[in-house]
Design a protein around this ligand. Structure first.
Ligand SMILES: CCC/C=C/C(=O)SCCNC(=O)CCNC(=O)[C@H](O)C(C)(C)COP(=O)([O-])OP(=O)([O-])OC[C@H]1O[C@@H](n2cnc3c(N)ncnc32)[C@H](O)[C@@H]1OP(=O)([O-])[O-]
Ligand SMILES: NC(=O)C1=CN([C@@H]2O[C@H](COP(=O)(O)OP(=O)(O)OC[C@H]3O[C@@H](n4cnc5c(N)ncnc54)[C@H](OP(=O)(O)O)[C@@H]3O)[C@@H](O)[C@H]2O)C=CC1
Length: 263
């Protein structure tokens, strides 16, 4: 765990910060001293997370936002600046996902996921970076992707394609904005319990056990394990890291190996 004070005085916007991994990151960033801005569609989830942060002595601003709407994203940036006067960190964590054979996926289904994951990430990134560049100051962007950005993800073509786009965006902007002092990195989590992925991707205990079988470390990850790594990447400890993907998946994307029977 990073020491308290690591993110002192930082202001962090976290999209999808009311639930799952976003909430875990918000709690951890607040523990480390950051003031956090929670942005997603459902105000009720955001308020609950903000109350939990306040209950632990932290400070959180709630800004209901649909990241698919560039106008709402501009409002998110403006509300953050009105309240805190600056932005140091943006975490693009909001996502939508469901399992559906590609040939059965409707245009609306494709667009729903791609608009949240790929377009929403770009709208938020552009709005925050415009502010930084206008002010002549740097900042930190962390994008939450998934390992199927490079392995492919049968059953989730919308999400896999969108996350691959976010990975390309990360590497592109890491270099394009390096002279501006803006770092851009990714985390690729493996399956994590206690998040919104469960009802969408492993809705039954049987399905969950099948996922665990695919993990070399033999278990799901925890939201806190992702949050600790996220805090590191947006902190000064990672000051020379940009354009990188930190995979936190218990070895899952590497597979189980071919020769299990003979080991
Ligand atoms: C290793 C793990 C990696 C994990 C990665 C993650 O991201 S985990 C993160 C997990 N967390 C989350 O996913 C949380 C957020 N997720 C959400 O808000 C929704 O799941 C959303 C992504 C559909 C967006 O909602 P919305 O209100 O904007 O959209 P809407 O309800 O209006 O639907 C739009 C279209 O999609 C269609 N459609 C929907 N479901 C299915 C389905 N199962 N089957 C087929 N199709 C489906 C629906 O029929 C419609 O098409 P139509 O009929 O008009 O042609
Ligand atoms: N959990 C896991 O096992 C894995 C998760 N991931 C990634 O981790 C991240 C967090 O997912 P997880 O915590 O599991 O799932 P959650 O469903 O808990 O989180 C997704 C969040 O995105 C928000 N969101 C969805 N659509 C929009 C939108 N249009 N505008 C703004 N916010 C939106 C939701 O809030 P609201 O409904 O209020 O809008 C929700 O808080 C995602 O990027 C996901 O792809 C990657 C690999 C594995």
């Amino acid at each position: 765990m990073l020491p308290a004070g690591t993110l002192a005085d930082r202001v962090a916007i976290i999209t999808g910060g009311g639930t799952g991994l976003g909430k875990a990151m918000a709690l951890e960033f607040a523990r480390l001293g950051a003031r956090v801005v929670l942005a997603s569609r459902k105000q009720e989830n955001l308020e609950k997370a903000a109350a939990e942060i306040a209950g632990r002595g932290g400070e959180a601003l709630v800004v209901p936002t649909d990241v698919r709407d560039p106008g709402q994203v501009d409002n998110l940036v403006n509300r953050t600046l009105e309240r805190f006067g600056k932005i140091d960190i943006l975490v693009n964590n909001a996502a939508g996902n469901f399992v559906c054979p590609a040939e059965e996926l409707s245009v609306n289904g494709w667009n729903a996921v791609v608009n949240i994951v790929l377009n929403g990430t770009f709208y938020c990134t552009r709005a925050v970076a415009r502010h930084w560049i206008g002010q002549g100051r740097g900042g930190n962007i962390l994008n939450i992707i998934a390992t199927y950005a490079w392995t492919g993800g049968p059953g989730t073509v919308h999400s896999a394609a969108a996350k691959a786009g976010v990975l390309a965006m990360t590497r592109t902007l890491a270099v394009e904005w390096a002279p501006r002092g803006i770092r851009v990195n990714c985390i690729a989590p493996g399956p994590v319990d206690g998040t919104g992925a469960a009802p969408q991707l492993w809705p039954t205990e049987e399905a969950r056990q099948a996922v665990i079988q695919a993990v070399p470390l033999g278990r799901m990850g925890t939201p806190e394990e992702i949050a600790h790594a996220a805090a590191y990447l947006v902190s000064d400890y990672a000051g020379f890291i940009t354009g990188e993907v930190l995979t936190i998946d218990g070895g899952t994307w590497l597979g189980r190996g071919l020769f299990k029977g003979s080991r």
